[in-house]
Write a protein that binds this ligand. Sequence first.
Ligand code: ME8
Length: 669
Amino acid sequence: MQRFYITTPIYYVNAKPHLGHAYTTIVADALARFHRAMGFETRFLTGTDEHGDKIVQAAGKNGEQPQEYTDRISGLFRDLWPELNISNDDFIRTTEPRHKKVVQAILQKVYDSGDIYFGEYGGHYCYGCERFYTEKELEDGLCPQHKVKPEFIQEKNYFFRMSRHQQWLIEHIKANPDFVRPERYRNEVLSLLESGALDDLCISRPKTRLTWGIELPFDTDYVTYVWFDALLNYVTALDWPDGENFGKFWPVAQHLVAKDILKPHAVFWPTMLRAAGFEPYRHLNVHGYWLVKDTKMSKSLGNVVEPLDMARHYGLDPFRYFLLREMHYGNDASFSEEALVARLNADLANDLGNLFNRVLSMTRKYFGGVVPAPQDEADWTDLDRDLKELALTSCANFQQLFGCVRFSYGLEALWELVRGLNKHVDASAPWTLFKQGDTARLGTVMYCLLECMRKVALHLWPVMPESSEKMLAQLGVGVEHGAVDSGRLAGEAETWGVLAPGTALSATSQLFPRVELEAAPGPDGTDGPGGAEAPAAAKDGRKDAKAAAPVEEAAKAEPAPEIEYEDFAKVDLRVGTVVAAEQHPKADRLIRMDIDCGEEGGPRQVVGGLAEHFAPEDLIGRQVVVVANLKPRKLRGLTSHGMVLAVRDGEAMRLLTPSEPVNPGRKVS
Ligand code: ME8
């Protein structure tokens, strides 16, 4: 049997959980559910990280003892997860005896192998990060994360010979391109490793300075450095060394983290594992930050989004859908209630909700609410055949993309089917077939729609479990026929015709009503709708519900007024090749590109709002049409010399490109 083991970071208990913690945990939950539904034996771990200076300081500020304080805050995390429908199998706390035992055993193992030594060290210590920085790593003498001056500390400590494993790690990352993914983080780690010798890692703290930690087994005057302790939670929870779970799940371990803790997970952890004689984990899946008004959420800035408030107000499943659909895993994304509302109205109320409402009520009207029998496939039209093919392709794409943590693209692939189904209703006009009394063809049309809707509902289970089960129940395939989590998705990209003719359906479906923005202040403390600054999504219309209306409606838009040929001739359209592309550093919707338009001065910089639809690496090498004589314009600090032409198709975006490659710089006429 195939297996899957997924972990979240264990969160610090120095503050209560916020959107960032909820995001990683919801992603882990969706992945765990997806793998269960694909028939994998799955284990899902989360927990809390409870030792170290940071926690002692936070407890002190609250006038509490560390144990009392960690019990309380860890409880907040533990209690939040069921409210977000998180299906973790275990919740680990680093203050538990089971963890202490493992940390001490592994420290002793590494010590005995000669990879831990005693030495004196002076370094710049940041209490926020709980780590030493070298001179080189500081920015203007300050900690790059916390922007505070670290304290210079000189003391005797134990060190882990990390440098000994540097070359092995470089080779391992090179030989396993998706060990750290997405690729930008793999490159970041490789360049960090290749830029110079890796320092050894200080893994102890003298008890004279800190007692809240796990005592070193070979020197009781010291406690363990919090990262050496924390990372080991991933093996403690598998009952290393004797537990059956360790043998079953360690070989397929995958971690989820944000980019803030890339180095400990991509450098400390694999080298620690090697020193302790373990195999490396399978994948480190690194995501970006949720930003509020372009700034990372943080308690001190007061821009923290409360996940429970959002889930209670907009519904848990829609909130989970938004998080997975909105963030391109790996990139930063902006959180705003405006974006949330626009997304829910466009994707859930308009596309998915309408589909269910329309098709169920038509089935009630035409077939008394019972699944009709389709014709023999030989009698189908091309429309029916195309729809079936679209369904199987969308499901296959969803499964492939979701499994390699490209959630937004996976959902977009599924939405191609959802939108295709709405188009199919319009194109095959069941109401006309009904009027004409063509019951045989009408039966095929309705059957195909319903069978595809069943596939959509099933694939949404990892993301929106409760809504998925409701949709399935409306289609007469309730979970009483077998829980979705025991392999029900497997085979869905190849099979057809599971929905049995004769099955009774619900008469209506009111799953995703339109949502409104509250006029109350937004989570970032700014005005709600009607505030001084209109939300970016609404401004460019991209996420406005109307933007996602069926293409037919868009095509009906009023034609623009006539222009003279001379007016058109003023526009200099050129074919260019994208030679470099990257996320705009300050705007998650924008991509900065270097486009070769055959000009002497080399490629020109063009900035475009493509990030929602394309990963930068997917653009490289593509030929595009550029408006070359557009006045340069600054977009969030970067000058764009021209514009790339694209066309919106429903919610998708397509690039205009020549039918065959041409020399860069060719004029479009
Ligand atoms: O680092 N956007 O714990 P932590 C997205 N205890 N994700 C965010 C986020 C944001 N704005 N803010 C936080 C620690 N996260 C250590 C981990 S693991 C052995 C030890 C999420 O409480 C994201 O997953 O600071 C990030 O990596 C994690 O919370 C950091 O949690």
